[in-house]
Design a protein around this ligand. Structure first.
Ligand SMILES: [Zn+2]
Length: 347
């Protein structure tokens, strides 16, 4: 596999995935994009009832299957109530700290098919109007969405078709920058989703192969806890969640490495499968780190909690500033793709 030839595909896929809004519960745009992309690679993808997208990368190969999952759903917001002043009270979808959403441009998607832009703000945000802007705690009841519409009261907003239950997506602000960096919201887990698409592309090109059936699954409810809980083929025996590696002061993962997680908040990963991944990374001299993620759960926990008797592991590119304005480096994406390719070659 050649980096110069493959990296443009990875970056192009990542940009298209990142630009398509997909808060958990409103992932249809990305599902359609993936279905089209996988069909374009000559595969026969299918969807679970709740919207997950699956495909076998090596059709016709039978035996004990390997499932590679990444999640396409992201953090987001939802309208909770229209306030009497014409602003919107919101609830969070997934674990987005208020200060990471503050000041962001957003799009409100009405159930009637319209969309409106706005901004997430503190309810009295002008530094010339109050003294405690820097220190006031950001809370559920002092944050709001201000619509870029001439609305003065709840009735004006209701007339636009906006109401409780409407989804709100955050502007991803996708940007390639400097020496191989990509900055965007929702690189968790669109970076890994782009890697899995690129792996599908590599299988198609004959640059990756596996003697066992390999399935990719793009799940769409991971941020709210039940992404990979159901819908996989019966012959799966191993699951590798491909999800963001944690970058933090006392961890070895950085944006240039593929991270192999030994334990997260839900417990340790499968001993033999994790060792096999570490061994593949070492043998092929990849930039990698083995880490323990202190505050983290993944789709493997959803699958195992749902009763799956699978070996499970977690790998992924290092993502900085997770759940905020995130950043990855091309090296981390490339090392993740290589690790999957090398592991599958001898699995
Ligand atoms: Zn994630």
């Amino acid at each position: 596999m050649n980096r110069e030839q493959n990296m443009p595909y990875v970056l192009n896929a990542l940009e298209r995935l990142a630009q398509a809004p997909s808060p958990s519960g409103m992932t249809g745009r990305v599902e359609a994009l993936l279905m089209q992309e996988l069909q374009g690679l000559g595969l026969s993808p299918w969807q679970t009832r709740k919207g997950g997208v699956l495909a076998q990368l090596n059709p016709g190969v039978e035996g004990e299957g390997i499932l590679l999952s990444a999640h396409i759903d992201t953090l987001g917001l939802m309208v909770r109530a229209v306030k009497s002043n014409g602003r919107l009270r919101f609830t969070k979808i997934g674990g987005c700290p208020f200060n990471y959403a503050e000041q962001e441009n957003v799009t409100v998607w009405t159930r009637g098919g319209k969309s409106y832009e706005g901004t997430v703000r503190l309810n009295e945000p002008a530094v010339h109007g109050r003294r405690d802007v820097e220190t006031v705690e950001r809370k559920d009841d002092n944050m709001e969405i201000v619509l870029d519409e001439r609305v003065h009261n709840a009735e004006d907003v209701t007339k636009l078709g906006i109401g409780a239950g409407d989804f709100v997506s955050l502007d991803p602000r996708f940007r390639r920058s400097g020496d191989g960096f990509v900055k965007s919201r929702h690189l968790d887990d669109k970076a890994s989703s782009a890697v899995l698409l690129s792996l599908a592309h590599a299988f198609k090109q004959g640059e990756a192969a596996c003697a066992r059936p390999v399935y990719v699954m793009f799940t769409n409810y991971e941020e709210v806890g039940h992404g990979a809980s159901a819908g996989q083929p019966d012959n799966i025996t191993d699951m590798i969640a491909v999800d963001m590696g944690v970058v933090a002061d006392d961890l070895k993962t950085d944006e240039y490495k593929v991270s192999i997680c030994a334990k997260d908040s839900t417990g340790p990963f499968d001993y033999a499968l994790t060792n096999a991944l570490i061994d593949a990374a070492r043998r092929h001299e990849l930039a990698y780190a083995v880490d323990v993620y202190p505050f983290y759960g993944s789709d493997t926990a959803a699958a195992l909690s749902a009763g799956r008797d699978w070996r499970h592991a977690l790998v992924g590119p290092g993502v900085a500033a997770s759940h905020g304005y995130e950043r990855v480096h091309e090296d981390g994406l490339w090392n993740t793709l290589l690790l999957l390719k090398h592991y599958l070659q001898t699995a």
